[in-house]
Design a binder for this molecule. Sequence first.
Ligand code: IVH
Length: 674
Amino acid sequence: MSDLQPPEEAKHLRARLQQWGHEYYVLDRPSVPDSEYDLAFRRLQQLEATHAELREENSPTQRVGGEPLASFVSVEHKVPMLSLDNAFDGDEMAAFLKRVCDRLDQQSIPELVAEPKLDGVAVSLMYEKGELARAATRGDGSRGEDITKNVRTIGTVPLKLQGKSHPELFEVRGEIYMSRQGFEDFNEQARLRGEKTFVNPRNAAAGSLRQLDSKITAARPLVFCCYSAGLQPEVNWPDTHWDVLQLFLSWGLPISAHAERLNSLEACDAYYDRVAELRDTLPFDIDGIVFKVNDFAAQQSLGFVARAPRWAIARKFPAQEAITKLTGIEFQVGRTGAITPVARLEPVFVGGVTVSNATLHNMDEVARLELRMQDSVVIRRAGDVIPQVVSVILERRDQNAEHVQAPADCPVCHSPVERSSGEATLRCTGGLVCPAQVKGAVRHFASRRALDIDGLGEKIIEQLVNEGLVRSVADLYSLTVEQLLPLERMGAKSAGNLIAAIDASRQTTLAKFLYGLGIREVGEATAESLAKEFGDIHTLSEASEERLTEVGDVGPIVAEHLRRFFTAEVNQALVRSLLDAGISWPAVAHLAAEGPLQGQTWVVTGRLDSLSRDQAEERIRALGAKTAKSVSKKTSTILAGPGAGSKLKKAQDLAIPVIDETEFHTMMSELEGE
Ligand code: IVH
């Protein structure tokens, strides 16, 4: 309880929550633990519940959503919200710049600002006396819908601006989008619940904003980024677009971290190429680059044509979605027996590559899509994500299109197929009898990050298993040159090389060996932790589930998979034959990575923008530290990105140092230089 009177206390709490929210969402630099925030938040909720007169529309408590609306109200955009002209290649970009120079009657290219073109939903935000007063969709450009309640729930939208220098009334325009991860997570959850999924992050953002119940919007991971003012003549804006962006930033409005000022066609092309390279690694979808003339006076003299300004252009990236035809469905059996339906497609160029296959996840997904043979489908390929079939174009369906049937038997070994309760995945029960599972196991065992057998490629594995020369990975070690020679495209030299490579793989590390065994859910990092913790395979194979969960990386599910693997007789025999075949590794103690971080344990959590969590962990381990998935008293440091939750909180409770992505890069660069 506080000594303050309720009105003062509410005011005080709001100021703190607003500051903390800004640090968390916009600066990506939380200054207090979540628990502290939650406590203040709940206290404010309580005050507002008991003192109706203290309620405020822009109170941080409104971020969780409020009473549902009956319908959206239509609102007018005083300054119309326009669209942009597109340039599809370098020539069209050059032509745009030439038009700009000609119209301005100047030789040299005026300064431009380049920003990624965010693939989300355009919105207009009105701020009155420094507070969010209205948020609206673009609609037809002249009239949109009032979505204020929904927009209030978005953490990156300031409900109150920082500082005092903002105009009485002004309009900010920007994009609301959903991160790729947020979209994938949402769809995965929806798939598990058997509910409708979204086609892409843009539709997900649009669908989330179109909710009459703002509590639903509040639960969706939406992000806001602003890209312009709705320029009103009565406001005394700076002279350039760039300066307006900086001003926005100083008021707490998020702008693109990639915005740059450029002065030539070459610089524009280089920027485009650079961001195109980055595109797959960005955490959100972008569909091009927007180039804008920086100077407002120049913008004004260039003016508009139809519904687009002459002072800006969107240079588009290759589309990430395309329409093609389903030519068949293949059921692929993975190394764990999981059967995945894969769509065979008429080849189509999408996301910069030609795609002829796309994953369908599982039969539930096939049912959800209502997919039938020969359907016209929309394919999406974004980032490193495997191409997906996102929807079926029902209007183009042939009347007699056949349904897709799930296989009752394994398409490879004809063992019965099972579907465990609660699992959407079909599995072949054939185990090592199933050539597809054996091939998958050999492929994994020989892969670079496992036993690294050079020259043991797909085609050879096919033949070795089909010919019955390899029934399990242990058989690799008794292969002879004579056995290899009859295989297709196998000369004496390559046969000799392959045998030598298999031989060389006998010298490995315990971690690589463990990873190579292909135990479910045991990836490289887990294998590494297990190797370090147990030091030898015998102690590990006998460890109880309880003992296994003491390892940083291992949760109850992984522990169960490990136990199940090591108690199965076939696997015990497999490990024995591999050891008998001479596989060995140096004692693990000698392998403990040396480096400036030796002896430390790090935890990486939250969203990182410039690298994946795996990459961050790899970088940390390369400096000698261990990485773990959970925080404990033994944790030395935690690298936390935005969205970090319970791990960050625990670290803060235990007073463990927390660093952000920027500090991480600085620290790593310094240590790597040592
Ligand atoms: S500037 C006069 N900047 O692209 C129009 N637009 O095709 C000024 N968009 O409706 C728009 N990122 O929703 C601008 N950095 C960016 C953008 C951007 C995405 C969207 C915006 C607009 C559409 C136009």
